[in-house]
Design a protein. Structure first.
Length: 597
């Protein structure tokens, strides 16, 4: 039942200037329906675009408006619904060192930690048969999961697996966790996950060098000295000398002792529980350094005001640096093929995760999101010892580069806008044909409360229907974006980025809505501050958020900008033309580094 409202006509009536008019009750019904089931937001946006509800929901800035109190109640309902749906990833927190994942009643993976993603290719919404297991292992695990999930079944089962190398036996521990709608099976394996915290411990406590830490990681992965030498591009004699140094520093006797010591940092029962274990062949658990680069954890930095800012880096620490914005959809991680290009071109890609997104703390209610992002970026660059670098913006993020160029002159050496576009003089915007974009623009301009509520619904929808289904909804207006999802490696990374966006629905929604509201203001003075910089904008032909027919207006307003329309590309432009873009990034980064030196 929806909260009590004033009774007004809810029927649809004809209206001059619009094809039809929706009564207040009908609009509120849609809003409360979205609060209860966020996936119905799509239908509400359809209604908005078909009947143009902007005028009905728009209110003066200082007026609470007839809808705002209901939108606030709907927001509370949405938050309560989220709280009632437990987060399956909570069950993974004690098992940072081991590959672990959660399986729901439908035998689909509900959450997976980084170790399980690397070791098994485990991803949310996949079945056991769709990850890197043999058919026999998938069926055996499925049987144990079903047994554990039965109300009268055992709370724990153990599966023993023969491994075809020197690692010996691997165990899979299956436990019942949660209750009611949150009932699930937690699967923990002895596949070890070499976390960055372990590397830090080996460095700080035992004074192991970075090279020696890498040798330990490969030993844990089952490599012998010859395999380690091949993987690291060194001689076998060098590797054996490094192992000898490691054992001396750690006061151990052999490489077996090294493996045993580091594995002891994990958490696993010593004795099997339940019925006789099943012996199977294990999947290939090898992982490359490139996989580790793709999925490495984010770095954290404490800001002067006590907030935590997360950031992600790709490439060599000694590479030529560039700054990259992540859009509202949190396009932070890149697939292996793109990360490989970063190393090939000696780049260092730095991505601050803006306040409110992912692990980064949110902002005070009155903080300016554009100014704050600029100040946070400058503080991060100072922490990294970088003074000047190019800024690559994605999607609608051009405002962040313009603000940084205006308020911190000299920091930005050039701007590349992958799908980026500036506002026009006076704050006019070039709109697009996409339904979602038109809705959020209208809400940001006239109904900020609705913009924040709708953003929360988007994040919660992504959590409930899964990252892949959410991606397909967001991309349905662009054939080029949909085609990108057919590449498995690309899809996995894009799904992880969407999952990061939905990690904290309330915090991310607030950040997204405040940024969108700021984008609708007049920041053309900041755009003018880029006049002396090289600015190259690449506009995707299939980008639903921008009407390419309006490009001449941008060229007339900002003649110093090089504006190019890219055919057969959409919102995910950076990913679609990466083989062209990454060398372009590298060229601008090299030029900036030479000027700085």
């Amino acid at each position: 039942m929806c909260p009590t409202r004033t009774n007004e006509p809810s029927e649809v009536t004809a209206s001059a200037g619009r094809s039809e008019e929706i009564g207040q009750d009908a609009i509120l019904d849609r809003i409360y329906q979205t609060a209860i089931e966020p996936s119905t937001l799509d239908a509400f946006i359809d209604l908005w675009c078909e009947t143009d509800l902007s005028d009905q929901l728009a209110v003066p800035a200082r007026d609470v408006g007839p809808y705002n109190k209901h939108i606030e109640r709907a927001r509370v309902i949405l938050e309560q619904g989220r709280a009632a749906r437990p987060d399956p990833s909570d069950h993974l927190r004690p098992f940072g060192n081991l590959a672990a994942f959660v399986v729901d009643r439908s035998l689909r993976i509900a959450a997976a930690n980084r170790g399980a993603r690397l070791a098994f290719g485990a991803r949310e919404r996949r079945t056991l048969g769709e990850i890197g297991f043999t058919d026999e292992l998938s069926q055996a695990l499925g049987r144990l999961v079903r047994q554990v999930l039965r109300d009268a079944g055992p709370e724990e089962r153990l599966l023993k697996v023969e491994v075809a190398d020197q690692c010996g036996t691997m165990l899979f521990r299956v436990l019942r966790v949660g209750e009611g709608a949150g009932l699930a099976a937690l699967v923990v394996s002895t596949a070890f996950h070499f976390r960055e915290t372990i590397a830090a411990l080996l460095g700080s406590v035992f004074q192991l060098t970075n090279a020696e830490q890498d040798v330990v990681r490969l030993l844990i992965g089952g490599e012998d000295p010859k395999g380690i030498a091949v993987a690291r591009g060194t001689g076998e004699g060098t590797t054996r000398s490094q192992i000898k140094s490691i054992t001396a520093k750690m006061n151990l006797r052999s490489q077996t002792d090294i493996v045993r010591f580091v594995m002891a940092l994990g958490d696993f029962p010593e004795e099997p529980v339940g019925e006789e274990p099943i012996h199977l062949r294990a999947p290939d658990l090898s992982q490359t350094w490139l996989d580790a680069e793709v999925w490495k954890p984010f770095e954290l930095l404490t800001m002067p005001d006590g907030r935590t800012l997360a950031y992600h880096e790709m490439g060599l620490p000694t590479g030529d640096p560039i700054l990259l914005s992540h859009m509202g959809s949190c396009m932070v991680r890149w697939p292996r093929s793109m990360v490989s290009l970063v190393f090939e071109h000696n780049l260092r890609v730095i991505i601050p995760i803006r306040a409110g997104y992912g692990p980064s703390d949110g902002l005070p209610s009155r903080a300016d999101p554009l100014h704050n992002a600029s100040d946070d970026t400058v503080h991060l660059l100072g922490h990294l010892g970088i003074e000047r670098l190019p800024f690559v913006t994605q999607g609608t993020d051009f405002a962040f580069a313009a603000d940084l160029a205006e308020r911190h002159a000299g920091t930005v050496t050039s701007i590349i806008g992958a799908g980026g576009r500036p506002c026009l003089p006076g704050g006019a915007q070039i709109g697009g044909s996409g339904r979602w974009q038109r809705f959020f623009v209208a809400a940001a301009r006239g109904a900020p409360h609705l913009a924040e509520f709708a953003s929360m619904a988007v994040m919660e929808m992504a959590r409930r229907i899964g990252p892949e289904a959410m991606l397909r909804r967001l991309c349905k207006d662009s054939p080029a974006d949909l085609a990108l999802l057919e590449d498995l490696e690309m899809r996995q990374v894009l799904m992880a980025n969407i999952a990061l966006m939905a990690e904290d629905a309330a915090g991310t929604a607030r950040a997204f809505a405040r940024e969108y509201i700021a984008f609708q203001g007049d920041w053309s003075a900041s755009v003018a501050a880029t006049r002396d910089l090289p600015v190259h904008l690449l506009i995707a032909e299939e980008d639903p958020t921008l009407n390419v027919a309006e490009i001449p207006r941008l060229r007339d307003a900002y003649p110093w900008m090089d504006i190019e329309v890219v055919p057969n590309a959409g919102l995910a432009l950076t990913f679609q033309i990466c083989r062209r873009l990454v060398p372009m990034f590298a060229e601008t980064a090299r030029a900036a580094a030479k000027r700085q030196n």
